[in-house]
Design a protein around this ligand. Structure first.
Ligand code: BAL
Ligand code: ZN
Length: 844
């Protein structure tokens, strides 16, 4: 496989003026007829005509009506062409029914659908499949499906055909086609300039009862983008289609978003509060791409974070506005630490803007997305809200209709503010999570913070330069009043001091408020100081952070056999739960212990080889201690969390349910699951039903409940996914692998469905002590299934290899077994370049 380098970028030889496509649909032999008007690109460095194409059978090709015989390779075709504008016509045949990779045109439950990002369009027809070639498309679909959709506006239909025209020039990765027996929820939206837009949310028959929430989320997103960014929708119709077999969460195809059913379909009976929140965020995310991604797209795939980092940041802002800003920030940071820090601190660490890749699908990562969003958040903090908005206006004005680079983006900010952002740009180019070490000093009324920064070596990158890091700081006095409100310190040197003058007493610092930069910050801090901040900090993120840090101190001490601050931690937790002013959602987050993977990384950073079983035992012991310590508070607080109103997936009710389930988890340690059984028996929503089921599994009394759950939900694929997952995630470590293995033989297991595959094997990776079983059985099972999935769906197989990305943390035996498992995958005959690249990078 070939490595592609950013440094090798050259402009396309030919641009496309317009595209006409005709699809004659047939499951195993669809014909695609293309008519494309090419013009020589005046900025090109060559006149070589090359069209991408994979797994296509070329039936005929003409140039300006004259038949041609192109030279066909595995990657595409070349042909002699005129040195002037010309019309290319081609007919190809493809096999949607045989397409299990779910890239290009494929079939899902009898429905035709597409996924073209990043490079799927080349499996539909010959085309310059690169994002800097943008063109308007007209698409005619012929077939017997009752509903046939493509991008843009409908411009004609008749018996057995439909035509769609998208006037906005777009790259091929935003192309979409859907055809099948679908039903729509219909609605409309009046834009800020008074234009009415038809809205349709399409599903398979039987799922139409799960579309109301998605439609509301769409309308809220459309209004929010107008109000916050002045961005109006630009077609007569906006459509979403729910598809059962889908590699990603969703896809922002122009005017025709395609969604994984799990990311759009929702009902109180079948979806948890977390599902509702995720769905609202993904609908917003895909809608927001209409401006940040579609109207302004990427010049090449090295610029992926230009659209993804920005759009994740925008969807995070939206969620903060729709729900609780504090809670959503904490959740965002938990996700960042759980996935991106893990990636950034292992063999898969890479830049937000990589320099090279083999398979671009392997770079749709937490680093490009979530760290990319953190970079944008820092940029906004550095320039301030007013200049942020002025810069965004300039970005949309200057670059509308273009395929841009991250440099174009930063230039907009330099032009708006007059600031030199060259040091800030290192956030895109230096991989790895920066470490900040903070010390302090107080003398004669002056408090001095000294901050050192260092970014560790990552694969292929050493000797990192100091970055520009915004560190938001506030100071509290010992009675809990804030004496210095939040100030953003700009750290630019390897070591730098900041003085605060005129203080009466040594203050308590609240550092990195709101998690103002994606760094690991350490400072010698006593348990008393952490408990003080948990009680008094005015910054809600840092309040939560103080509690989490205490919990981590307790857990790491337990694992390493030291005395830990149990008592201050448990007392602080009790005080927080008694605090009637604190939000239930916040209490629920504070009650959650840091994950076992997080503790493993922390121990590794401190020079230990983490033992997954000991970490699991420590977590269980602490839960038992918390249950005993809080047993007087739990029943009263749990009763207060009862909701006497119809189910609503809003922030208030979700917060109450989250706390109720957090408390139920502790109660289960005391009553062996009796209350969980009672909650499960009467639960009328999926949040309580699934939450209590998890408690029952951990209590070892879920057999009947699991059987009943399966019987009730066997026809609902999304709920069945939860049934698979919960059994593995909550399994005792010694059972997790055998349960996963047994479930992989269950008649409802289907490796061709990405959601179902993830429901079993993604879940196994989420049970760290189970996956890392000392006998290596977890590694062998995972590797066996990755190798089995690879020829069917290389993207998902490659993604699943990340289960092994933390391997260097572990002891010699585990390392050797993981290496063996990875080498076994690497030896699989015909292994895809997707999985091959990942395994090679993980092995290093
Ligand atoms: N562009 C791929 C799916 C997403 O990030 O929205
Ligand atoms: Zn996106």
């Amino acid at each position: 496989p070939q490595t592609i380098f950013l440094a090798d970028y050259t402009p396309p030889a030919y641009l496309v003026e317009d595209v006409h496509l005709t699809f004659r649909l047939a499951p195993s032999a669809t014909r695609v007829i293309s008519r494309i008007r090419f013009v020589p690109n005046p900025d090109a460095k060559s006149r070589d005509f090359f069209l991408h194409g994979q797994e296509l059978t070329l039936i005929r090709a003409t140039i300006d009506g004259a038949e041609v015989t192109p030279e066909i390779t595995e990657a595409g075709l070349t042909c002699a062409v005129p040195d002037a504008p010309f019309t290319w016509e081609a007919e190809v045949e493809i096999d949607p029914a045989g397409n299990t990779a779910l890239e290009g045109l494929y079939m899902s439950n009898g429905m035709y659908c597409t996924q073209c990002e990043a490079e799927g369009f080349r499996k539909i027809t010959y085309y310059p499949d690169r994002p800097d070639v943008m063109a308007p498309f007209t698409v005619r679909i012929e077939g017997d499906a009752p509903v046939m959709l493509s991008n843009g506006n409908p411009t004609g239909e008749g018996r057995g055909w439909a035509e769609w025209t998208d006037p906005w020039p777009k790259p091929a990765y935003l192309f979409a086609l859907v055809a099948g027996d679908l039903v729509a929820r219909e609605d409309s939206f009046v834009t800020m300039s008074g234009k009415e837009v038809a809205l349709r949310l399409w599903t398979r028959r039987g799922d139409e009862g799960k579309t109301a929430f998605g439609m509301e989320a769409l309308k809220k997103s459309m209004r929010w983008d107008e109000e916050v960014y002045g961005r109006e929708y630009d077609l007569d119709i906006f459509q979403i289609v729910a598809v059962s077999d889908f590699n990603m969460g969703a896809m922002e195809n122009k005017g025709l978003n395609i969604f994984n059913t799990s990311a759009v379909l929702a009902s109180p009976e079948t979806s948890t509060d977390a599902n509702f929140e995720r769905i609202e965020a993904i609908i917003a995310h895909e809608y927001f791409h209409n401006w940040t991604g579609n109207r302004i797209t990427c010049r090449d795939w090295f610029q992926l974070s230009l659209k993804e980092g920005l759009t994740v940041f925008r969807d995070q802002q939206f969620t903060a506005d729709m729900r609780s800003a504090a809670v959503s920030r904490i959740e965002d940071v938990m996700a960042l630490r759980g996935r991106q820090f893990r990636e950034d601190n292992g063999p898969l660490a890479h830049q937000v803007q990589p320099d090279s890749f083999v398979e671009i699908n392997n770079f749709y990562t937490a680093t490009v997305y979530e760290k990319g969003a953190e970079v944008i958040r820092m940029l906004k903090a550095l320039v301030g809200d007013d200049d942020w908005r002025r810069a965004l206006d300039l970005y949309f004005d200057r670059h509308d209709g273009q395929a841009c680079t991250i440099d174009d983006w930063l230039k907009v900010f330099e032009d708006t503010t007059g600031r030199d952002l060259s040091q800030f740009r290192l956030w895109y180019k230096q991989a790895g999570t920066p470490r900040l070490t903070v010390t302090d000093d107080f003398a004669e009324g002056t408090y001095t913070l000294t901050i050192k920064q260092q970014t560790p070596d990552t694969p292929g990158q050493t000797d990192k330069k100091p970055m520009l890091i915004p560190v938001a700081v506030g100071l509290l006095n010992p009675n809990g009043d804030e004496v210095v409100p939040t100030r953003v310190l700009e750290v630019t040197e390897a070591e730098q001091s900041f003085a605060f003058e005129g203080l009466a007493a040594k203050p308590i610092p609240s550092l990195l408020r709101g998690f103002s930069a994606p760094v690991i910050l350490t400072r010698d801090t006593s348990a008393e100081e952490r408990a003080f901040l948990l009680a008094h900090d005015t910054d809600p993120f840092n309040r939560w952070e103080a509690g989490r840090a205490l919990a981590k101190d307790v857990l790491t001490a337990k694992v390493t056999g030291r005395d830990g601050p149990e008592r201050p931690y448990l007392d602080a937790l009790a005080a927080l739960l008694r605090d009637e002013g604190a939000d239930p959602a916040f209490k629920a987050l504070a009650l959650r212990q840091p994950g076992e993977d997080d503790i493993a990384q922390t121990l590794f950073d401190a020079g230990h080889s983490p033992d997954p079983d000991r970490i699991h035992d420590a977590a269980e012991t602490l839960k038992q201690q918390a249950a005993e310590h809080l047993q007087d508070i739990i029943p009263r607080l749990a009763a207060e969390m009862t909701i006497d109103a119809p189910y609503a997936p809003d922030a208030e009710q979700s917060g109450k349910r989250a706390l109720r389930l957090g408390l139920l988890d502790l109660t289960t340690r005391l009553d062996g699951g009796a209350e969980a059984e009672a909650v499960h028996a009467v639960a009328d929503n999926m949040t309580l039903s699934l939450g209590s089921l998890g408690c029952l599994i951990e209590a070892g009394r879920a057999e009947a409940a699991l059987a009943a759950f399966h019987a009730r939900w066997q026809d609902d694929a999304l709920v069945l996914d939860k049934w698979f997952t919960t059994q593995i995630v909550h399994a005792a470590p010694g059972d997790a692998v055998s349960i996963a293995e047994r479930l992989s033989r269950h008649p409802d297991f289907n490796m061709k469905n990405p959601n179902r595959f993830r429901a079993v094997f993604g879940a196994l990776a989420m049970n760290p002590a189970g996956f890392h079983a000392a006998d290596g059985s977890g590694y062998r099972l995972m590797a066996e299934w990755i190798a089995r999935l690879d020829p069917v769906n290389p993207q998902i197989a490659a993604r699943m290899t990340t289960a092994f990305e933390t391997w260097r943390r572990y002891d010699g035996d585990r390392k050797q077994m993981i290496r063996g498992a990875l080498e076994g995958i690497a030896r699989t005959p015909g292994l895809s370049s997707d999985s091959g690249e990942m395994v090679a990078r993980i092995l290093g």
